[in-house]
Design a protein around this ligand. Structure first.
Ligand SMILES: Nc1ncnc2c1ncn2[C@@H]1O[C@H](COP(=O)(O)OP(=O)(O)OP(=O)(O)O)[C@@H](O)[C@H]1O
Length: 268
């Protein structure tokens, strides 16, 4: 189990401050989700946490600064599902998933039986077994997104960063993937930080939500605290109705102009 702390972090790209003064605490075994409009800095913040972009301030895993970790050690600690990963030419699904085992394979060595077993189990869990010999360049968007998640989970790192991990998935696969991540969080104490556009889904799965706008945190807390009609209207320019489902979950419903909240019925 590994906790993450982000303290006064800023990222400057092309002389523009795209993340500015962000501080977050993510206790081990919890799920934090970043929400916010396009260009808010969610991906850039995740990239800083994974050590993929230079930042100022401090990012630490159980007190160890990410900047001080060697890349192999970092890969054992943090697995990443990027928003738009490249599809390597000529690589099969199985070989792509096995890339997740790289931090465990000795230099100049080959994968062990355990590496193959870990990859095989993930192919089954994510319904990719039938595609294992297919080239990743020949998959649908959703099939590739599940392959990318399988590669990240094969890393067996205690911290998982997910950047829009369900953007290409149908409703059933999106639920399956997020439930799987939550199951791993509960059973193995995985610490999860994600960026999600679907606010209802964000509220359903995260313990803690952070609303990022123009690189800064403008609100954070529970779904009830962050997913309010006022905050969504102010920062997304969207007209929504926020409802509460019978289990106490927050449901964000976009409103068409000229329709009142009563027209959509609802549960609150
Ligand atoms: N490599 C880059 N060079 C310069 N500017 C960049 C680069 N990558 C991102 N940006 C800018 O940084 C800002 C934050 O981008 P980022 O991708 O982090 O936002 P985001 O919240 O993830 O957005 P989205 O919801 O659209 O995915 C944007 O204004 C973007 O144009």
């Amino acid at each position: 189990m590994t906790a993450l702390t982000v303290d006064a972090v800023g990222v400057t790209l092309l002389e523009r401050r795209v993340v500015d003064g962000v501080s977050l605490a993510v206790p081990a075994g919890t799920w934090l989700t970043l929400v916010g409009p396009n260009g808010a800095g969610k991906s850039t913040l995740l990239r800083a946490v994974s050590g993929a972009v230079a930042f100022d301030g401090s990012i630490a895993f159980d007190g160890v600064e990410v900047a001080r970790l060697r890349s192999r050690d970092r890969a054992r600690l943090v697995a990443v599902v990027p928003q738009d990963p490249a599809r390597p030419e000529g690589m099969t699904v199985l070989d792509y998933v096995l890339l997740g085992r790289t931090p465990y394979i000795p230099y100049l060595g080959t994968e062990s039986a355990e590496d193959l077993a870990v990859a095989g189990e993930l192919l089954d869990t994510l319904e990719l077994r039938a595609l294992s010999g297919r080239l990743v360049t020949e998959l649908s968007g959703g099939e590739f997104q599940r392959t990318v998640l399988a590669r990240a989970l094969a890393q067996q790192a205690p911290v998982l960063l997910l950047d829009e991990p369900t953007s290409s998935l149908d409703l059933g696969h999106a639920q399956q993937v997020l439930e799987l991540v939550d199951e791993l969080r509960a059973s193995r104490g995985l610490t999860v930080v994600s960026a999600l556009h679907d606010l209802t889904t964000a509220g359903q799965f995260a313990d803690h939500l952070v609303l990022l706008v123009d690189g800064r945190v403008v609100a954070q807390g529970s779904a009830q605290e962050v997913l309010t009609e006022d905050l969504i209207s102010a920062h997304y320019g969207a007209r929504v109705r926020v409802l509460t489902d019978p289990q106490g979950g927050v449901v964000v419903v976009p409103l068409r102009p000229g329709r009142s909240a009563r027209d959509i019925g609802g549960v609150a």
